[in-house]
Design a protein around this ligand. Structure first.
Ligand code: DAH
Length: 334
């Protein structure tokens, strides 16, 4: 009796052992546990059989079966642990981070072309002793027009249809020229040599050469004995420094309310033609007076140009709307 039991225990032990060795996953191992130790498992009949063992062998038989049960339990636990660890290693291997992979480059931003051109212009005028003076974009009618010699019904207003705010008389500036008045009032009676850059607004039908928002850069020089020769020398130097030493510069008679005399400046295009670049003139005595300077003692010259226009001429851009269309294919070229 005991012998048969021993044999059966031995068989179960070696069968379980070889199954534990060949188990390939924690799932299979769990199935083995059920197969051997579960409620209907293979060890169960042996436990039942103990009842029928004669009492003198009971103790020995019980020991045999209990030992087998404990051993199997231990063995299965070990196997489960081993398989779980292997599965975890595999998982970690699959999720491994390869730190040697090159990173994805972050796209770097850049300065907008207009900002680049403005900075270049500051550099060129800076070398000629000009300071940069920033002034406001929201003005009133007095500053934007009247103090610049453009009274309410003056036909010069036709070219400056602006955006009016809901506050009567408050407008978005149509040009940087009102900055002349701010600057003169701030500096009088000191001499002035400054450029005034910034955004301007006009109520325009947009097309290839008109935008409702654009940049201008204004120049203002005020002092004693400032003459037309200073204006011509300065602007000729500016044009050649900005567009090339080979450029011819032409000064043509023009009309602005805030300068007298007034001139348009054009440069040679290298093919026998002329390209207009800016407006300029000697500061009108009334404007000097509005800025606080005595026109009997002080004179000055002023000029104003569109920054987009400078950029268009420099880089061969044929449509002003490109600047603010936010098309990266355009912007990334500069
Ligand atoms: N303010 C003028 C405009 O927007 C441009 C201009 C012309 C400015 C002549 C000046 C100047 O300072 O002297 O059309």
């Amino acid at each position: 009796m005991l012998e048969t039991l021993k044999q059966e225990v031995e068989q179960l032990r070696s069968a379980a052992e070889s199954e534990c060795i060949s188990a390939g996953s924690s799932k299979q191992c769990e199935a083995l546990r059920v197969k051997y130790l579960g409620r209907n498992g293979l060890v169960q009949p042996l436990l039942h059989a103990l009842k029928g063992v004669p009492s003198e062998h009971k103790a020995a038989a019980g020991k045999l079966v209990n030992e087998l049960k404990n051993e199997l339990q231990q063995r299965l636990e070990q196997t489960l642990e081993r398989l779980k660890r292997a599965e975890q290693d595999l998982q970690l291997g699959r999720e491994a981070l390869d730190v040697t992979l090159p990173g994805r480059p972050l796209p770097a931003g850049r300065l907008h072309l207009i900002t680049q051109v403005l900075e270049e212009l500051y550099g060129i005028f800076g070398e000629m002793g000009f300071q940069v003076f920033q002034t406001r974009e929201v003005e009133d009618d007095l500053m934007n027009f009247q103090l610049l010699n453009i009274p309410p019904d003056h036909p010069a207003r036709d070219m400056h249809d602006t955006f009016y705010t809901t506050t009567p008389g408050v407008v978005l500036r149509t040009h940087t020229s009102p900055g002349q008045i701010h600057l003169m009032r701030q500096r009088c009676p000191e001499p002035i040599r400054a450029v005034l850059p910034g955004k301007c607004y006009r109520f325009e039908q947009t097309d290839a050469s008109h935008e409702w928002m654009f940049y201008q850069i204004e120049g203002l020089v005020v002092g004693q004995d400032i003459t037309l020769a200073d204006l011509k020398g300065t602007l000729r130097a500016f044009v050649r420094r900005t567009f090339g030493a080979e450029r011819e510069v032409q000064f043509r008679c023009s009309y602005f309310t805030f300068t007298e005399p007034s001139m348009e400046v054009a440069m040679s295009d290298g093919r026998g033609g002329w390209l207009e670049i800016l407006g300029s003139g000697m500061v009108h005595p009334v404007v000097l007076k509005n800025g606080g300077y005595d026109p009997q003692r002080y004179t000055g010259f002023a000029f104003g140009m569109g920054v987009e226009r400078v950029a268009m001429l420099k880089y061969g851009i044929d449509d002003i709307r490109q600047f603010y269309a936010n098309d990266l294919r355009f912007l990334q070229q500069f």
